[in-house]
Every structure is written in structure tokens, then in C-alpha cells.
Design a protein around this ligand. Structure first.
Ligand SMILES: [Zn+2]
Length: 269
């Protein structure tokens, strides 16, 4: 029987690692729980220095080194093991030095372009990046090509990577940055947030296909900075709980606490 554990899922960080630590630690303390790990759904922005900003896709006004250098230099540390996937605003020249994933610093683990992590008996699969109708057919230039291609070209997952993710299954948890299709309509999302959404904002079909084939117990999403909960029910009686998280700057809505019970079930608490 698995030991009960509690872990947190966290939305887009965008370089605000210190705010993330304060927020998640505060929530865990208030609930009186010890976190086994933190799973982060992309746009983590682990820039070591100004140079890392050069391979990030983002308008000038969003190019900030952020807090990561303090952690990279060892002046601060994450209080729990942290696992993150890449989003569409990442220093991909840096991350693509280890496309299969790596610990960037002790306790801070990049899952990779596609990767699997074993955590207290849970199998977690992650895919970095977002979908593009043409570019996702691949291949994608390596992050090291950032001076010769648009940085956006580094941000798309490929259909081959989705197949690799499927081959890594089965999975208890799937981490994606952008949303699979079929969770919400443009109208619902606009009504819920007061913002306007277009095209694949509400999800993409290849990610949906992966979710349907992999059928994880839990799907964690970021990207839209919109909190959302859904349950997908499958013909075989299985279910996938969907948790989309807000930006860390939004506070509580960017964090979900999840318990893995003795029977292996996952539930948000
Ligand atoms: Zn974001």
C-alpha cells in the first residue's frame, strides 16, 4: 500500500521564484502539511544571467532575469524537490543542453522536452512547450540555434515528442503547459475571466489525443494563467482530473495541494 503523501502543483512562475516559495510554503504551513514535492507546469524561467534571456521568446518588456540567479548561486534553495516542464517563455538554449531533463541545481529538476519522473511511487510524465499547427510537425531546431531562428521556433513541442510521451506511459500524472482541446469553449473562458480568447487558447487537438490515449489520473496545466477544474470521463469508467493553474502573481489560485491516498487515488485538498 502506498504511503499517503501531499504534493503541490504550481502555475506559471515567470521568474518569480521567491514569490513562489513564499506562497507555497505559506499554504503548506497553514494547512499543516509537509510537501513531498512541487510540480510546476512551465514558464518557470530559470535564467542564470542576462545571457539566458537571449534564447527566450518574449517581448522586450517581459525580459527579466528574475530570481533564479540567487538559487543558481546557492544563496537560496527550494524547500522541497521541484520538478518543472518548459513553457513558451524559457531560456531554451540553456534547457536544450539537457533535452532529456536534468537537475539544474540540487533539488530543481527540469523534466526535459519529454520526460518521466518517478516520485514516491507516482509516475509523472511531462512534455515541454506549446502546439503550433505547422511547426509541431517538426523537426524543431535545437535551442543552440537561437541566433539563427526565431526564438518562438524553439517553443513548440513536436508530434514525435507526444508519441514519446505516450510510449513512456502509463502515467499517474501528465504535465503539459498549454491546454488540450475540449475542456472549455472560447465563450465560457471569456465569460469566466472577462478577457478575450482566440484560436488554440482553449486547447489543441494533438494534446487532447495524448490525454485520451494516456488517460492519466491527473492532468496539470498552465499557460493561460486561468484556474480551471474539470473531470474527463472515459468509456472504460476511468477518469482524468484536470487542474489548470493561475500565474504565481495571482496567489492562491496558482497552487493546488494534492494528496495521494493509501489506495493510490489522487485528490485535491
Ligand atoms: Zn505564462
Amino acid at each position: 500500500m502506498p504511503t499517503p503523501i501531499t504534493f503541490a502543483a504550481v502555475g506559471d512562475v515567470h521568474g518569480e521564484h521567491r514569490a513562489m516559495v513564499r506562497l507555497v510554503s505559506g499554504i503548506a504551513r497553514a494547512r499543516g502539511v509537509e510537501l513531498t514535492a512541487v510540480l510546476q507546469v512551465g514558464d518557470f524561467e530559470p535564467h542564470r544571467h542576462e545571457g539566458d534571456l537571449e534564447s527566450m521568446a518574449a517581448p522586450q518588456k517581459y525580459r527579466h532575469v528574475g530570481d533564479f540567479p540567487r538559487f543558481h548561486r546557492g544563496e537560496e534553495a527550494f524547500p522541497w524537490p521541484l520538478y518543472f516542464i518548459g513553457g513558451n517563455h524559457e531560456p531554451y538554449a540553456y534547457l536544450d543542453e539537457t533535452p532529456g531533463g536534468a537537475a539544474l541545481i540540487p533539488g530543481c529538476h527540469y523534466v526535459g522536452r519529454v520526460g518521466a519522473v518517478q516520485l514516491a511511487g507516482l509516475r509523472i510524465i511531462g512534455v515541454s512547450g506549446i502546439h503550433h499547427p505547422e511547426r509541431s510537425r517538426g523537426p524543431r531546431p535545437p535551442g543552440s540555434a537561437f541566433r539563427t531562428v526565431s526564438n518562438k521556433e524553439l517553443t513548440y513541442f513536436t508530434e514525435a515528442e507526444l508519441s514519446q510521451a505516450l510510449d513512456l506511459g502509463p502515467a499517474d500524472i501528465l504535465m503539459l503547459h498549454s491546454w488540450p482541446a475540449g475542456l472549455v469553449t472560447h465563450e465560457e473562458l471569456s465569460a469566466a475571466t472577462g478577457r478575450r480568447f482566440f484560436g488554440e487558447d482553449v486547447g489543441n487537438a494533438p494534446a487532447r489525443a495524448l490525454v485520451e490515449l494516456l488517460r492519466p489520473k491527473l492532468l496539470l496545466l498552465g499557460h493561460m494563467h486561468v484556474p480551471l477544474r474539470r473531470t474527463l470521463r472515459w468509456p472504460d469508467g476511468g477518469e482524468t482530473q484536470v487542474i489548470a493553474l493561475a500565474h504565481v502573481g495571482a496567489g492562491r489560485e496558482s497552487v493546488a495541494l494534492i494528496v495521494r491516498d493509501e489506495d493510490g487515488g489522487l485528490r485535491e485538498v
